[in-house]
Design a protein around this ligand. Structure first.
Ligand code: 8X3
Length: 256
């Protein structure tokens, strides 16, 4: 399926997997709706995406944790941007790596509000239009962390397990319409993920990737674009991908 001229909406598009996904869809000639909290970084991604071949770009600030803001942003899109063909629910984060019995409630709120409730709010705002128009695709970012928990990551893992069930449930809810629903579940990817998790502690973040070759954001973007360009009758339910140095949430091969 060609995405040339089709509208692709990506949340969390200012960095990491979101930014790489914007560039990958740009190369397909898509029209990009880009949203993130950080508008400065978003503007840089938009510029790079235009240079990469995006047909047009409309970007706006959005914090997916705020239901009303999400609904308003979608309801008030300029008419030429309203017909979203592909929604990439990418906005998400981890905060802290701690046991539940010592974890910070604020960290849990931020993860659950973004990774679970934010994904739901955006889905609720965008999918009705897809059902009415009779086409569209939702691509949710899950994680290997949603398949198997790892020590000190229970709440993050729980948020991604929720994504998995929400995605499976949504696929059932749209059955009988041509709307497709995909979960992309990467393992370790080298982005700002660990820097955000450890609130800017670069040394601790670097240790996460030490001695192995992680996935790149481009690897994940590649899987997303592949899923979105299958023939219209093909629904890619889930892609789970890891670096060759990762077997599951807890088993890694480190060389140095
Ligand atoms: C990211 C995967 O294992 O780094 O969702 O938490 S992991």
């Amino acid at each position: 399926m060609s995405l040339k001229g089709k509208i692709v909406f990506i949340t969390g598009a200012s960095a990491g997997i979101g930014a790489a996904t914007a560039l990958a869809f740009a190369a397909e000639g898509a029209r990009l709706l880009l949203a993130a909290r950080r508008t400065g970084k978003l503007a840089e991604v938009a510029k790079a995406a235009l240079a990469r071949g995006a047909e047009a770009i409309h970007s706006f600030q959005l914090d997916v944790r705020h239901h009303r803001a999400v609904q308003t942003a979608i309801d008030e899109l300029p008419p030429e941007w309203a017909e979203i063909e592909v929604l990439v629910n990418n906005a998400g984060l981890s905060r802290g790596l701690e046991k539940i019995y010592t974890g910070k409630v604020e960290d849990w709120d931020e993860m659950i509000d973004t990774n679970v409730k934010g994904l739901l709010y955006v889905t609720r705002a965008v999918v009705p239009g897809m059902v009415v128009r009779g086409h569209g695709q939702i691509v949710n970012l899950g994680s290997t962390a949603g398949e198997m928990a790892y020590p000190n990551g229970a709440v993050y893992c729980g948020s991604k397990a929720a994504e998995r069930m929400i995605t499976d449930g949504l696929r059932q809810d749209v059955l009988g319409t041509p709307v497709r629903v995909t979960s992309i579940d990467p393992g370790m990817v080298e982005t700002d993920f660990s820097l955000v998790r450890f609130r800017g502690d670069a040394e601790r973040a670097a240790k996460v990737y030490k001695g192995l070759t992680p996935l790149t954001p481009e690897d994940v973007a590649d899987a997303i674009v592949w899923a979105a360009t299958r023939p219209a009758h093909v629904n890619i339910a889930r892609i789970s991908l890891t670096t060759i140095h990762q077997a599951n949430s807890i088993l890694f091969h480190r060389e140095r």
